[in-house]
Design a protein around this ligand. Sequence first.
Ligand code: FES
Length: 101
Amino acid sequence: MPTLTVRPSGKTLEAITGTTLLEALLFAGEPIAHKCDGKAECGACHLFVQEGRKGLSKILPRENAKLDTIVGVGSKSRLACQALIGSEDVTVELLGHGSGL
Ligand code: FES
């Protein structure tokens, strides 16, 4: 199973291939906002993928359209609710630490 490393907490967990980053982070008890419950509508679950981006599912038009509306988006940005974990290790950086839960 791939390892998911979370910053800034430094927590690591064994992730299940095929689950979303959001599901894995919530399971790990990380404070990530998810106002629309994973529909790519709120943008609250925006995070940066620091390592392992290529191991995640591709960005689909729905996610891309939402990312385009978020301030501070960069090349490492993903919506945690849309990114499926593959077979590679991933390191993510949470933003806004628990705001809007
Ligand atoms: S939970 Fe709303 S966009 Fe991901």
